[in-house]
Design a binder for this molecule. Structure first.
Ligand code: ATR
Length: 468
């Protein structure tokens, strides 16, 4: 009998099934449109895959308790697939949704299946097609005992970090896994945006060519900034264009970026929980603004811009300032991401372990980077760390690099170069380290027009003043 089943033979489902098969499991596969199943079987003859045309037969192929991974389009198709399975399942069977589902849907599915005696796992999967096939980062949310049952499968297909630890671990019940994946994507948007801003300033103010930037990113990839996204950025900058036959492909790609929604969810959630996610929001808003291409063209003819001026900064210095700015912004973006995990843990009753989250992100996923090792250590050393920036290692890194971020943002502002993520990171940092901020004025205004009262710094209690 098959050890595990996968429903949905599109890119992600097929590659997860092949990954499982390559680890020694017999895998049953099913797709709504049967011809797709047949094609997968044909393409992979000789492998330990079995297919079926009906859901009933597919379920019948599986050993008990059944473990079924659903990899279909997020939203209603997941509910429809679950509904179609229920009549054929037995108590204790495990349904694993590995799609990009909204965590509240996973929470709902977890609860309603529990009432029926069925187990549900909301599984965040990161790493795209290659990750799914050869080692993704896996973020499961389910009952702890259920994780024990699926652990051998998940840990055998997951990516492994350099220390050999698998990028899969139990994160919490119900929606916890998809929540962790959602914020992962929010951080991913921010990570990508910071890199884009760096490239843009180095190009437009520094006049640094794509190829020279490729070398620079390559060099950065050997240090603290080492990450998958920095590595692919270097490759992207080098890629020649074979259509126009000159220059690099990057220069021919339209500056309009698209999105699928998880970055939006992260920011809606941040607003909901009252967490400042400004750097993550900048990653989202930059994409939103990029869509306004026609308006941007119009506005660029309406308003003038200052003449580019490096203010006497040498190119080598500019490169180092950019490195520092990237590093500082990255730390601050993660500080915001982990603040979201903290708030969610409290709001939804998950006991999220931040060191485990950092551990999972270290390989297989898009935001994998060497900085995740000290992040894992930071949360391991202090489970109650209020903010990543207050961990001694990250405090030290910020002390070393924050001036670079300040110089970078200053240059950008003076030269009308948009750096929303970098500027947001700096403002968040400056706000966070400000012992006495400006909110006394807000409170005074609130009390002035709405009698909302204020607290005093010198006397206990709540006060209202007759302002006029
Ligand atoms: P990808 O992995 O490429 O990102 P996706 O768009 O997330 O794919 O999911 C596509 C899969 O969802 C397909 O297997 C599709 O089945 P078909 O080949 O029959 O289209 C499946 N899917 C979409 N809607 C579905 C539904 N209502 N019920 C069952 N499966 C559905």
């Amino acid at each position: 009998m098959a050890n595990i089943g996968v429903i949905g033979m599109a890119v992600m489902g097929k590659n997860l099934a092949l990954n499982l098969e390559s680890r020694g499991y017999e895998v049953a596969i099913y797709n709504r449109t049967h011809s797709v199943t047949e094609e997968v079987l044909r393409e992979n003859e000789g492998l330990n895959l079995v297919g079926s045309e009906s859901i009933e037969k597919f379920v019948g192929l599986l050993e008990r308790p059944r473990k079924i991974i659903i990899m279909v389009k997020a939203g209603n198709p997941v509910d429809m697939t679950i509904e179609s399975l229920i009549p054929y399942l037995d108590k204790g069977d495990i349904i694993i949704d590995g799609g990009n589902s909204f965590f509240r849907d996973s929470e709902r599915r977890y609860r309603s299946l529990k009432e029926k005696g069925l187990n549900f796992v909301g599984l965040g999967v990161s790493g795209g097609e290659t990750g799914a096939r050869f080692g993704p980062a896996l973020m499961p949310g389910c009952d702890k005992e259920v994780y024990q049952e699926i652990k051998p499968y998940l840990e055998s297909i997951a990516a492994r970090a350099e220390d050999g630890l698998a990028c899969s671990a139990w994160l919490g019940t119900g929606g916890a896994g998809h929540y962790v994946k959602m914020v992962h994507n929010g951080i991913e948007y921010a990570d990508m945006e910071q890199i884009a801003e760096t490239y843009f300033l180095l190009k437009n103010l520094g006049g640094i060519s794509n190829l020279d930037q490729a070398d620079l990113f390559d060099q950065w990839n050997k240090g603290e900034l080492s990450s998958y996204l920095i590595e692919i950025t270097s490759n992207i900058l080098k890629e020649a264009d074979d259509t126009a036959k000159s220059g690099q492909l990057l220069d021919y790609i339209e500056d309009i970026s698209l999105q699928k929604g998880t970055g939006k969810w992260t920011n809606l959630e941040a607003v909901e929980l009252g967490v400042d996610s400004s750097v993550l929001a900048a990653g989202l808003n930059a994409r939103v603004m990029s869509m306004l291409k026609d308006e941007r063209i119009k506005a660029s003819h309406v308003f003038s811009r200052p003449q580019p001026n490096l203010g006497g900064m040498e190119i080598e210095e500019l490169k180092d300032v950019a490195r520092q700015a990237l590093l500082a912004t990255k730390i601050i973006a993660y500080a915001q991401g982990f603040a979201l995990y903290k708030a969610a843990g409290a709001a939804y009753g998950w006991d999220l372990e931040y060191d485990v989250i950092a551990q999972i992100f270290r390989a297989g996923c898009i935001i994998r980077s060497s900085l995740l090792n000290p992040m894992m250590e930071a949360f391991k050393n202090n489970k109650d760390l209020e903010n990543l920036m207050l961990d001694p290692y990250f405090t030290g890194l910020l002390e070393e690099n924050i001036q670079g971020l300040r110089d970078f943002v200053t240059l950008a502002v003076q030269n009308a170069i948009p750096v929303p993520a970098m500027a947001a990171a700096l403002s968040y940092f400056d706000t966070y380290i400000c012992e006495n901020g400006s909110a006394n004025m807000i409170q005074a205004q609130r009390d002035y027009f709405g009698s909302h009262t204020y607290r005093r710094v010198d006397i206990e209690g709540s006060f209202h003043h007759e302002w006029e």
